[in-house]
Design a protein around this ligand. Structure first.
Ligand SMILES: Cc1cc2nc3c(=O)[nH]c(=O)nc-3n(C[C@H](O)[C@H](O)[C@H](O)COP(=O)(O)OP(=O)(O)OC[C@H]3O[C@@H](n4cnc5c(N)ncnc54)[C@H](O)[C@@H]3O)c2cc1C
Length: 455
């Protein structure tokens, strides 16, 4: 339902930031990168923390849903603004507030774009390593709210490992200062951790403190075509044991995805076969040469005879890899893009099961993903709105759970996976989550319909 005149009048009087009800702006801000379409009634860009508090109080008074949005690159409807809701647009909250080089810490507003932070830290020889494929658009607020990861999480872990603290306005309107500047903390259950990956359902980040670390002297991208019959589980298990190679990313694109990427100007990928994409970190040129030789020798031992193709600018390779989904969609049409992860030793069985599901449901599938973390993105070539998408998801999640895996390696739950969450958490787990939600958002105004299955 549209805003009432009382709601609109209070919003305009109480909120210092900008508010829009312009249909074009709402159409853009109501969507994310999923197939879902939103229908918000307004969008607010709060001026400051006090504005966020006032907005939450306003929403509680009027029982209005608030949907936080930063980069809007979510793939499962995490930031789609449902009917009647109000978007809280953090995209202009894009200032780096403090860089404390001594303590290796950076304080940022939630709308800082991941790649912009990467560039800014580069001037100091520092890095915030998680680099999702969307890093030129997605923001630190969105990355923390979804516990995002990227190719380099192979070595450095997901966003969660890098969050030291956050300022959050809970759904109650209370401001919480969580975590802090120390390197360790043991003060009971970790409230900060609860908010990481909570997808804007418990509170809104107004500030985030991240750990940063030194950049390695050299980072080299490597692409290696893979033979058809090879156990990818064996490759991963072996590479993960090999510390001396300095690997910081181990990614995979199948033959169709590689061909789609090969069409992008400057890609240099041959694009004929499935390809392994890696990053090697080194402290010197001679060390790099040794490590690349070592990687080549190890891969030959594992049955990968091809010579690695080298990318001196690893970041370009990751930006290219981030385009896998869109390049594939241009080649084969819309897909149901998935995001499951299993223990590495179950990788071969997961690949086989994905093919079986595709054959049984008569839907072609093409897969890319973060192979080194056994986190795959099978893309089933069918419109995500087609009823068969439901069968694909259920079969895939049941298989993944049987293999000891998870419904989401990194994208989150959003609206799309909420109906299946019980497969992973079970009834008591879901009830515990609902209890947490009631504490921080008693009126259920924050991002309803996401994460928690609708009763
Ligand atoms: C091409 C492409 C490649 C991708 N590759 C990866 C990848 O490699 N790894 C990966 O993990 N993901 C990937 N993603 C998914 C997506 O980019 C990530 O989930 C990203 O973290 C979302 O960030 P965002 O800024 O776009 O957030 P949004 O989509 O704006 O929001 C994401 C969630 O965070 C909440 N939120 C946003 N701001 C706040 C705030 N201030 N306070 C509280 N909650 C907030 C939203 O309500 C929503 O639930 C990819 C997406 C695309 C389109």
């Amino acid at each position: 339902m549209p805003l009432t005149s009382v709601e609109r009048e209070e919003l305009l009087r109480e909120i210092a930031g900008s508010t829009t009800e312009e249909p074009g702006a709402l159409d853009r801000l109501g969507r994310d990168a999923s197939h879902l379409v939103g229908a918000p009634e307004a969008a607010v860009s709060p001026a400051d923390r006090a504005d966020v508090v006032r907005l939450i109080r306003w929403a509680r008074r009027h029982h209005r849903a608030l949907v936080a949005r930063s980069g809007g690159t979510s793939l499962d409807g995490e930031s789609v603004a449902g009917k009647g809701s109000v978007v809280v647009d953090f995209s202009s909250w894009n200032r780096i507030l403090e860089l404390d080089t001594a303590n290796r810490l950076v304080r940022v507003q939630p709308g800082v774009v991941n790649h912009d932070l990467h560039e800014a830290l580069g001037a100091y020889g520092l890095q915030f390593p998680p680099n999702p494929g969307s890093w030129t658009q997605s923001t630190i607020g969105g990355n923390v709210a979804t516990n995002a990861s990227g190719p380099r999480s192979y070595r450095y872990g997901a966003t969660r490992s890098w969050v030291r603290g956050a300022e959050v306005v809970a759904g109650t309107g209370e401001v919480l200062g969580l975590g802090g500047r120390t390197l360790k903390r043991s003060t009971g259950p970790d409230l900060l951790s609860l908010f990481i990956g909570s997808e804007g359902t418990l509170g809104l980040f107004t500030e985030i403190a991240l750990a940063v670390t030194e950049r390695p002297a050299r980072r080299m991208g490597v692409a290696v075509p893979l033979p058809k019959e090879i156990s990818l589980a064996s490759v991963v298990l072996r590479l993960r044991r090999e510390r001396s190679l300095g690997l910081s990313a181990v990614e995979y694109v199948d033959a169709t995805c590689a061909a789609a990427l090969a069409g992008i100007p400057g890609s240099r990928l041959p694009g004929a076969e499935a390809t392994l994409l890696c990053e090697v970190e080194s402290e010197s040129e001679s060390a790099e040469e040794r490590q690349l030789e070592g990687l080549g020798a190890l891969l030959r031992e594992l049955g990968v005879p091809a010579e690695p193709l080298v990318y001196p600018d690893a970041d370009r390779l990751w930006t290219l890899r981030g385009e896998s989904g869109s390049a594939l969609a241009r080649k084969v049409g819309p897909t149901v893009r998935e995001d499951i992860a299993v223990p590495p030793e179950a990788l071969d069985e997961l690949f086989t099961s994905i093919e079986q599901i595709a054959r049984r449901l008569e839907v072609p599938v093409h897969t890319f993903g973060h192979l080194g973390e056994a986190n795959l993105h099978p893309n089933f070539v069918v419109d995500p709105g087609n009823p068969v998408a439901e069968s694909i998801r259920r079969s895939l999640y049941e298989t993944t759970r049987r293999l000891g895996g998870t419904l989401s390696g990194e994208h989150g739950i959003g609206a799309v996976k909420a109906p299946y969450l019980e497969l992973e958490l079970g009834g008591p787990g879901i009830e515990a989550l609902r209890g947490v939600k009631r504490v921080f958002d008693p009126d259920g105004i924050l991002n309803p319909g996401k994460v928690y299955p609708v009763r």
